[in-house]
Design a protein around this ligand. Structure first.
Ligand code: ADP
Length: 459
């Protein structure tokens, strides 16, 4: 449990470093605007040189951090990386505090109302760092402020009054003022860290619980699929036996049968056919869900597409569909052959089933614009999909109304299977469709998938 906690937090930490650097760009612009407005518009007598220099330092070190982070981003050791990210965040926040103290010193010291900007840093530290380190940052901030406050009070450092902003009498430093400000800002900083780290800890705890619940659900889903797999398998064997028996009777091999009986047996045979299709889909879906990893091999796509198109040839000819295929010869991916054939069969089968007579189907396979990916698309001039159905068509058993009217025999499982297969190959699927005009299903798959899953995963 503890290790999950750390992993989640550390992963988030490296992502949030990016966020911290973005915040710093915004801060740099804001600081520039505040200095310029204060000096040139409100004519505050502030030392422009050191303040602008501070802003340049801010922009320069943020650029260096940005460059460093993107240079080391692809390092392979994730745990090590995340540990580095935490240390790096800690160092960055310390440097930010130093620079903020520098700005505060050159713009009125403890008189400056922007002193409360230290609170933002405490919130950021509480989000990015461990509670202990966040308290360390609060202590560092208080020490830096104490150094500024007392050094200016005893004239070790020059004090830049906020003349023009505060009444001249309010600018007289005293020990009471210095100690009072330090006490109020110090207690605020510790309180902020206490509140922010408590909230952050609770959120992290929730994240861990959710991750665990998710793992349990996934495992239960896999077990359920395993169960459905066994049941569907038994069902299919029995149904196939029923179907063969009915075929024997229908072919008069058991003797001549009366016409009314033939009609009833034909209907039973038709129902058995539909049920076999349904159970086959259920079996395929459960099989893919029950597998943790698919065994993958190097696979040429064109022969797979040819095979499926041939499989649907009878229906294509019956409906006089114009099928055009343009799949590059050398298109090769690391994938599970059985799964890819199943995926293509569902997509091309749907295009055939949902395209009216004399319609057109186009199958395209190319290298994608994004390097390392291929793009496969199946377009048809069929019935199309309503926008409100598009999100639902990948759900188990979902069928759109227009599809149900055209083809009563669908199961609503084909696209579920396709989605599972695409996910198992780390790909993506999306559809563009206009009702009455046609649909295009696009699938993007990585060329090289990890050769995970060995022979012991086969089932
Ligand atoms: P089935 O086709 O058996 O109903 P699928 O899961 O394959 O199940 O498809 C789910 C639904 O998506 C279909 O019922 C249909 O509404 C819609 N659909 C899928 N492919 C197409 C297509 N090429 N054209 C129009 N609608 C489609």
């Amino acid at each position: 449990m503890y290790s999950i906690h750390i992993d989640i937090h550390e992963n988030t930490c490296s992502e949030r470093l990016d966020w911290l650097m973005k915040l710093r760009w915004i801060a740099s612009l804001m600081v520039f605007a505040v200095i310029t407005v204060s000096i040139h518009l409100f004519h505050l007598s502030l030392p422009a040189g050191p303040l602008y220099l501070g802003n340049i330092i801010l922009a320069v070190y943020n650029t260096i951090f940005w460059w460093y982070i993107h240079k080391t981003h692809n390092s392979s050791n994730q745990t090590n990386n995340n540990h580095k990210a935490q240390t790096f965040a800690n160092q960055q926040i310390s440097i930010d505090l130093l620079l903020l103290s520098y700005f505060i010193h050159y713009s009125g010291g403890l008189e400056n109302p922007f002193i409360f900007y230290f609170i933002f840093h405490m919130v950021i530290a509480s989000i990015l760092l461990t509670p202990k380190t966040a308290y360390f940052q609060a202590t560092l901030a208080i020490i830096l402020l104490a150094i500024i406050g007392f050094s200016e009070w005893v004239n070790l450092l020059p004090h830049y009054h906020l003349a023009g902003f505060l009444h001249p009498e309010a600018c007289n430093l005293s020990v009471t003022f210095t100690a009072g400000v330090l006490f109020s800002i110090g207690s605020t900083l510790y309180l902020t860290v206490f509140l922010a780290t408590s909230i952050e800890q609770r959120l992290r705890q929730r994240e861990v619980e959710l991750a665990e619940a998710n793992t349990q659900l996934a495992e239960q889903d896999r077990l359920k699929s395993q169960y459905v797999l066994t049941v569907s398998h038994d069902l299919r064997s029995s149904l196939s036996t029923i179907q063969s028996c009915l075929t024997v009777v229908l072919n008069n091999l058991t003797g001549e049968i009366p016409i009314p009986a033939r009609e009833m047996i034909s209907r039973a045979a038709q129902r058995a056919d539909n049920l076999i299709i349904f159970v086959k889909d259920l079996l395929n879906l459960s099989r893919i869900r029950a597998l943790k990893d698919l065994e993958k091999v190097s696979l040429k796509l064109k022969p797979c597409v040819n095979k499926i198109t041939e499989h649907w040839q009878m229906q294509i000819s019956e409906k006089e569909l114009d099928v055009k295929m343009n799949v590059s010869d050398d298109l090769e991916i690391t994938a599970n052959q059985e799964a890819i054939v199943e995926m293509l069969s569902n997509l091309i089968g749907n295009a055939v089933r949902y395209t009216p007579r004399s319609g057109k189907i186009k199958i395209l396979g190319i290298l994608d614009k994004e390097p390392g990916f291929i793009l496969l698309s199946v377009s048809d001039t069929g019935i199309g999909i309503h926008p409100e159905d598009i999100q639902k068509i990948y759900n188990d058993f979902y069928r759109a109304k227009n599809a149900e009217i055209l083809d009563k025999n669908g199961t609503g499982l084909g696209l579920s299977i396709v989605k599972q297969i695409v996910d198992a190959h780390n790909g993506s699927i999306w559809v563009e469709s206009t009702v009455g005009v046609g649909s295009t299903f696009n699938i993007k798959l990585p060329i090289a998938n990890a050769m995970e899953g060995s022979s012991d995963d086969k089932s």
